[in-house]
Write a protein that binds this ligand. Structure first.
Ligand code: C2O
Ligand code: CU
Length: 552
């Protein structure tokens, strides 16, 4: 194994999309940011120099950071932000993952432009558990706002209302042919007939899960969230923010045609504001360019924007790979079950008028606590035993039981703010059942956990039934994920053993839900020996001082 070094210079750089030019926060001037390459077993050190106007941090999404939450990145959870002029070196120990992961800013909406891929190849001398592809491409789905994203964020927080829609969905930073001012830069993948391509796909968007398909071509899923899966072939996929998926695409269609890869939102709720905007890339066959130039690419079929069946069929058909080389170690017994409700909520308005329902402030919660960021990092407070920063009263069950998914919800939509963590014993075998609720309509929530991957062992629509539903769990070949889309008004059961001590954020990967409070923290205690205990902090951590936002 090798130690690799990367330098990230964070700078505000002008970029133009949709005929709008603005400064965006970038890494090394690139948008999307640079790809990190490594082999399994390597260690990567990334030194981040903040030369931009805003505070920032970076999270290495899906990297488990064994015993080392100091390098995990979420603002006020494991570190204080890197202020303009400051720097911080992150250490990534890639001993577990294999496949595609990604990195992104973890504060203040900045991940809208600050993101990139992490590609982890098998240990040298070993191969993929599928035929070696001829070529590979990173494909990152994202979003573009014409406005400065910090302004979008601040306006939403000031008004207490919703976040405005972005102006485009993007593939590798490009909106594609269906948007104005964009067709010259549409992302293109050139393929050769008879060859196989590995697409390392990442959904970095902020707002919504996406349906995606490629005209006339199937996609075969072979990995997700940094581990291999049983191959799953489909003519469409759904990918939520935070998920990564590795697909094989066979170039086996008529080379005279060009083919769109297209993605657009999955919106489970029949809302009046259907967001049907579609981002596209083009698959074109090499050696046939001359014949192609006049024909417009073939457009794929995509599921309807509200097709919950299409969404759950894909998500819950994914299986772990039983090939011996990549063991499945799902806990068959558990020490604790946490039933965690995911709700849209209201909070009282502390100013004149708020733009949430009935003049309230929009919020979100887990188990009816709307997470509030502390003023110093929880990890630092835990390490230094500083009191008063967080509480340890996150409940194993929602405070009241009600019919979580009733179409006409009579429960109060109000919640309360709090900074409560869930303390887990080292090696405790934990089951979390995420329960969607219908408060304020409900939504599908991509739930992500830092420091761990978890087995997805069951799901259903409606309310979780603790007597009946566990009988149908898949303990044989469940997929190992770090992000899972919990269906609107449904539930998902996950399991993991708490063998990674530290402070680990857990949240909805829709950015607005995270900001509104659909978050909590697992504080996993040390094990019995030094080798099962937290590593000490690095020499230098960014200091915790009052937030300085955009005042330069
Ligand atoms: Cu990619 Cu805390 O998230
Ligand atoms: Cu959510």
């Amino acid at each position: 194994s090798i130690s690799r070094n990367y330098t990230f210079i964070v700078e505000d750089v002008p970029y133009t999309r949709l005929c709008h030019t603005k400064n965006i926060m970038t890494v090394n001037g690139q948008f999307p940011g640079p790809t990190l390459y490594a082999y399994k077993g390597d260690t990567i050190q990334v030194t981040v120099y903040n030369r931009a106007r805003n505070n920032m941090t970076i999270h290495w999404h899906g990297v488990k950071q064994p015993r080392n939450p100091w390098s995990d990145g979420p603002e006020y959870i494991t570190q204080c932000p890197i202020m303009p002029g400051d720097e911080f070196t992150y250490t990534l120990i890639l001993s577990i993952e294999e496949g595609t992961l990604w990195w992104h800013a973890h504060n203040d909406f900045l991940r809208a432009t600050v993101y990139g891929a992490i590609v982890i190849y098998p240990v040298p001398g070993t191969t993929y558990p599928y035929p070696t592809p001829d070529e590979e491409h990173v494909v990152i789905l994202g979003e573009w706002w014409n406005e400065d994203v910090i302004e979008v964020l601040e306006r939403a927080l000031d008004t207490g209302g919703g976040f405005e829609n972005s102006d485009a969905y993007t593939i590798n930073g490009q909106p594609g042919d269906l948007y104005n001012c964009s067709s010259n830069d549409t992302y293109k993948i050139q393929v050769e007939y008879g060859r196989t391509y590995l697409l390392r796909m990442i959904n970095a968007d902020m707002s919504v899960g996406l349906f995606l398909s490629v005209a006339n071509h199937n996609l075969t899923l072979v990995g997700s969230d940094g581990i291999y899966t049983e191959p799953l072939t489909s003519d469409y996929i759904v990918i939520y923010p935070g998920e990564t998926m590795d697909f094989l695409l066979e170039a086996n269609q008529s080379p005279e045609n060009r083919y769109y890869m297209a993605a657009r939102p999955f919106e489970p709720l029949d809302i009046n504001l259907i967001d049907n905007r579609t981002t596209t890339a083009i698959i074109e066959y090499i050696n046939s360019f001359e014949n192609q130039s006049s024909t417009s690419p073939i457009f794929p079929l995509l599921p309807n924007y509200n097709d919950t069946n299409a969404s759950t069929n894909f998500t819950f058909s994914i299986r772990g790979l039983l090939d011996g080389g990549h063991p499945i170690e799902v806990p068959t017994e558990i020490d604790r079950r946490i039933l965690m409700t995911l709700s849209l909520n209201e909070l009282p308005c502390e100013q004149q008028v708020c733009e949430g329902p009935n003049g309230t402030r929009l919020a979100t919660s887990t188990n009816n606590i709307s997470f509030e960021d502390p003023s110093i990092s929880i990890l630092e407070a835990y390490w230094k035993r500083i009191g008063g920063v967080y509480g340890t009263q996150f409940p194993d069950n929602p405070p009241v039981f009600f019919d979580f998914t009733a179409e006409n919800q009579t429960e109060s939509p109000f919640t309360r703010r709090g900074t409560e963590v869930k303390v887990l014993n080292y090696d405790e075998r934990v089951e979390v059942v995420y329960q969607g609720t219908s408060l304020l309509g409900g939504e599908a929530h991509p739930m992500h956990i830092h420091g761990y991957s978890f087995y997805v062992i069951g799901w259903g629509l409606g309310n979780f039934n603790a007597t009946r539903d566990p009988l149908r769990y898949n303990l044989m070949n469940p997929p190992l994920k770090n992000t899972i889309g919990v269906p609107r008004n449904g539930w998902v059961a996950i399991r993991f053993a708490a063998h990674n001590p530290g402070v680990w954020f857990l949240h909805c990967h829709l950015e607005r839900h995270m900001i509104w409070g659909m978050d909590t923290v697992f504080l996993v205690k040390n094990g019995p020996s030094p080798s099962t205990s937290l590593l000490p902090p690095p020499q230098y951590m960014p200091p915790c001082v009052a937030p300085l936002r955009g005042v330069f």
